[in-house]
Design a protein. Structure first.
Length: 177
């Protein structure tokens, strides 16, 4: 039988050790990776809005259909957050992160091959599943590995990388359309 007081002491020792750790290259690798993930996730989320005027004109979409197309990715994100949140607890964060990046990337790339609004909505939904799994990852990694006195700074920097992804999404139509 495990002594609960001893287990709690061990947990507190790990927590204290983390908070007394100096920043290392490992922490900056987390910052860079998490910021890049957040930037690319923002690019993915925002890109549909940047190319939508051309898509709507090409496929002659009405406002309701445009709304359904836009919301399909967010519905996927809802399911992705639930599915991949649980999967991360079962198989680990690192393998789950690899899976969500592949899911997000593959289905976003396939959106370029969509031939009608239904195929685009399906692909956006599937990409959204990956996006939903990707969004919580940066915060989780920071909270698990970064000392408490640096967490706010790290999270602020990561959150600000969303802006760079959003700005990139505005540049893409120049090259895509």
């Amino acid at each position: 039988m495990v002594n609960s007081t001893s287990l709690l002491d061990d947990i507190m020792d790990v927590y204290e050790a983390l908070n007394e750790t100096r920043l290392t290259g490992f922490h900056y690798k987390i910052l860079l990776t998490a910021s890049l993930l957040y930037c690319l996730t923002a690019l993915d989320v925002m890109l549909i809005g940047s190319v939508l005027p051309a898509i709507a004109a090409e496929w002659k979409l009405d406002k309701v259909t445009i709304g359904l197309l836009l919301s399909s990715g967010f519905v996927g994100m809802f399911f992705g957050a639930i599915i991949f949140g649980r999967l991360a607890d079962v198989i680990g964060r690192k393998p789950t992160l690899a899976i969500v990046v592949v899911v997000e990337s593959v289905f976003t790339a396939l959106c370029g091959l969509a031939y009608d609004v239904n195929s685009m909505a399906l692909l956006r939904f599937l990409a959204g599943i990956g996006l939903g799994g990707a969004l919580p990852q940066p915060g989780v990694y920071v909270s698990e590995y970064v000392p408490a006195k640096y967490r706010g700074t790290f999270l602020g920097f990561i959150e600000s990388s969303w802006v760079w992804g959003a700005l990139l999404s505005l540049a893409f139509p120049i090259f895509l359309i």
